[in-house]
Write a protein that binds this ligand. Sequence first.
Ligand SMILES: *Cc1c(COP(=O)(O)O)cnc(C)c1O
Length: 375
Amino acid sequence: MKNYILTPGPTPIPDFVREALSRPIIHHRTPQFQQILKEAMEGLKYIFQTKETVYIISSSGTGAMEAAVANVASPGDKVIVVEGGKFGERWREIAASYGMEVISIQVPWGQAVAPEEIESALKANPEAKAIFITHCETSTGIDTDVESIAKITSASDTLLVVDAISSMGVSPLLMDEWGVDVVVSGSQKGLMLPPGLAFIALSKRAWKWVEASKSGRYYLDLRKYRKAGEKPDTPYTSAVSLIVALREVVNYYKSNGIENMWNRYRRMAEATRAGVKAMGLELFATAPSNGVTAVKVPDGIDGVKFVKTMRDEYGVTMAGGQAQLKGKIFRMAHMGWIEEFDIIVGLSCIEVVLKKMGYKVKDGAIAAAEAVLFA
Ligand SMILES: *Cc1c(COP(=O)(O)O)cnc(C)c1O
C-alpha cells in the first residue's frame, strides 16, 4: 500500500533530501563541511527573514524551546505564556521546570489569543522577562497574529519568543521587520526534513538577556552556539547528514522564492478548508493556519476509529486530536513536501471513510478544492 503522510510533523521529504541524506559522511571539522554549514545557516536567515544568525541544535524542536526559556530568563523571573493548546502548555511546563514564575494567559482551544489580552498581561506584569507564544498551535490548527503581538512587545521591555516549529517556511513570519526577539523551529514540519534538528535565532536585545541569565544550562547554553557560529561551527558534533540535506532545502526555498512558497501553502490550506466545508464538515479553529487544518469530527462518528481507518485501510495518515480533543477533531496537514494533488488524495480519503462509517457526505468537495488549487 502506498503511504501518504498528511500529518503536522513528521512530513514527507522530497527525493532531493533523500539523496542528500544518503551521501557518505564527511567529518564535521573540515573546510568541506564548514562550507555546507555556512550555506545552510545563510539560507536559514532567508527562511527566518532575519539578519541575525540562526543556530542549529541537534535535537527535536522542543530542544530549541528549552534553549529559549533557559537562556532568556533566570529562576525566579516572571514570564508570560499563552496557553491555547498542547504547545502553549509546553512553554509553561518548560518555564516552570526552570523555576520561573509563570503567568498564564488561558485561551480556549480552537481560538486565537487577542492582542489586547497580551497588552493587558504586559500592563499587569511589566517586569516579565519574556512572553512565549505559538505561531501555529499545531494541536488546534490556530494561526496566531504574531505581527500585532510583536508591535505591542516591541514597545515594552518584555521579549517576544515565538514557537514557529510548525509554521516556518509555511506562513509568513518576518522576524526582523515585525520585531520578534526569539524564533524557534524544527526540521520535520514545514522544512521537509527528517526529525532531528532544531533552530533558534535571537535579536540583539534578546542576547543581552542571554548574557544575564542565571539558569543552569550546558548543552543548551546559547553562548557556546554563538561562539562556534562565528566560524561557522557547532559546539558539539554536527548532525552532518541532516545539515547536508538542510542545505538542499534552503536552496529550494531560495530558488522558488519564499513568498511563492507561502502563497502555495495558503492556497493548499484554502483548498482543504473549501473541501471539508463542501462535505458538510466544520472547521475547529476560528483563525485557521496555513499548515494544518483541524476539522470537527461529525456527531455519531468515532473520531479515533476514523483516523485509524484512513491510515490502516487506505494508507493516508492524518492526525487525531490530542488531550481534551481526542476523538473530537482530526487534522490534515499541508506543510513540508506536500503538493496540490496530495490535497485531493486527503480530501478523497476523508469522504470515502466517512461514507463507509455511515456519515452522509455532501457532494462537491473535490470540485471545491480544485477550484481553489487550479484557478
Ligand atoms: C511539533 C511541535 C513542537 C514539538 O516539536 P518536537 O520536534 O516534537 O520537539 C512544538 N511546537 C509546535 C507548534 C509543534 O508543532
